[in-house]
Design a protein. Structure first.
Length: 304
């Protein structure tokens, strides 16, 4: 087997684990317009100064943003000295299509894939290939690993995937994704750390040993966060919801409360030895920047 050169090997996210410091990552979505592209690259440039362990770029299920994801992730990889990860969903794709995407990413120097099933549209017959040839993320993990030696991550759900009938069944699915070769897990966003600890403890008892990165979404806007939680099945604690709702016409106060809540979550997660923090930035830098700057003291206390 060909040995991977050191410069591309170091782009693998699994080379960042095990330093004693939790890894920190930022997620972006591909821009739809030239204006939003300019804003995205400005945001990435600002957040890059925080030296993230890696950055990731989302993928539109069914392939709607396929070209954009590939272009953005490769641009980040080549322009910035950082590890980059492409999200990839299998719903609606044939094996051949997935293989073409993976070959292109590999040839472009990308070494990390977040393997996801994705959500089918309400009417899957609208997708050219219907539901596609792979049914689950576990099958995609296996497919990705068989194509190239990618470092593969998968999604985990502290509050259970909204379509899954039970916590146990969701953990079985997570275990099978890890057994197929996933190197680490990134969780869905959550606002109550107790949900994360319960999930992590249960995963460890189930024999899932890979790092589990906590998904953090700083609240920026009341209507927007309510829409996200309704889609992904996370809950906002009642007291927090009441506070932001009472201030919904004062965006600066909502942002301040969102930053404060996320910062408290992150400090506690670091104390409780979370393997990492993954920020859903929504292509905005301010909240993530404020939180990460405040966390520097907490990281310093770890002996950095
Ligand atoms: C960190 C993160 C990033 C994400 N990025 C994106 C993105 O870029 N683009 C996007 O479109 N979506 C993204 N999503 C959302 C994700 O695509 C959806 O949550 C999707 O519904 C499930 O994807 P999955 O990879 O978790 O699927 P899977 O792991 O396949 O599981 C989905 C559900 O099906 C159940 N299940 C799986 N296999 C079986 C089985 N054999 N029998 C019974 N039940 C089973 C699971 O328990 C789970 O409830 C992201 C989610 C997270 C947490």
């Amino acid at each position: 087997m060909k040995t991977e050169p050191a410069y591309t090997r170091s782009r693998r996210i699994d080379t960042a684990f095990g330093t004693g410091r939790p890894i920190v990552s930022f997620e972006f979505f591909p821009p739809k317009t030239q204006e939003s592209a300019a804003q995205l690259y400005e945001t990435i440039g600002e957040l890059h100064s925080l030296r993230p362990s890696y950055v990731s770029v989302t993928y539109g299920a069914g392939g709607s943003t396929r070209r954009h994801t590939i272009d953005v992730v490769q641009k980040i990889q080549s322009a910035l000295d950082t590890r980059a990860m492409a999200h990839l969903t299998c719903v609606g794709h044939t094996r051949d299509e997935l293989a073409t995407i993976l070959d292109e990413l590999w040839a472009g120097g990308i070494r990390n894939i977040l393997a996801l099933r994705g959500d089918p549209p309400a009417d899957p017959s609208l997708l050219p290939n219907g539901m596609g040839e792979l049914a689950t993320a576990a099958e995609l993990v296996q497919f990705v690993s068989s194509r190239h030696e990618f470092c593969v991550a998968v999604a985990g759900y502290p509050e259970v995937h909204p379509k899954c009938p039970s916590f146990d069944q969701d953990l079985d699915n997570l275990k099978s994704k890890v057994d197929q070769g996933a190197s680490f897990i990134i969780t869905q966003l959550f606002f109550d750390n107790a949900d994360f600890y319960r999930f992590r403890d249960a995963a460890r008892r189930r024999g899932i040993k890979v790092p589990i990165i906590a998904g953090i979404m700083p609240i920026l806007n009341v209507a927007q966060i309510k829409k996200f939680v309704s889609m992904c099945g996370a809950k906002i604690p009642a007291a927090l919801l009441e506070r932001i709702e009472s201030l919904h016409s004062d965006p600066q106060s909502v942002l301040a409360i969102g930053v404060d809540h996320a910062l408290t979550q992150c400090r506690e997660l670091i104390k409780q030895t979370a393997d990492g923090l993954h920020f859903y930035t929504l292509n905005r830098s301010k909240a993530t920047m404020l939180i990460c700057l405040e966390l520097e003291d907490t990281f310093a206390a770890l002996g950095e």
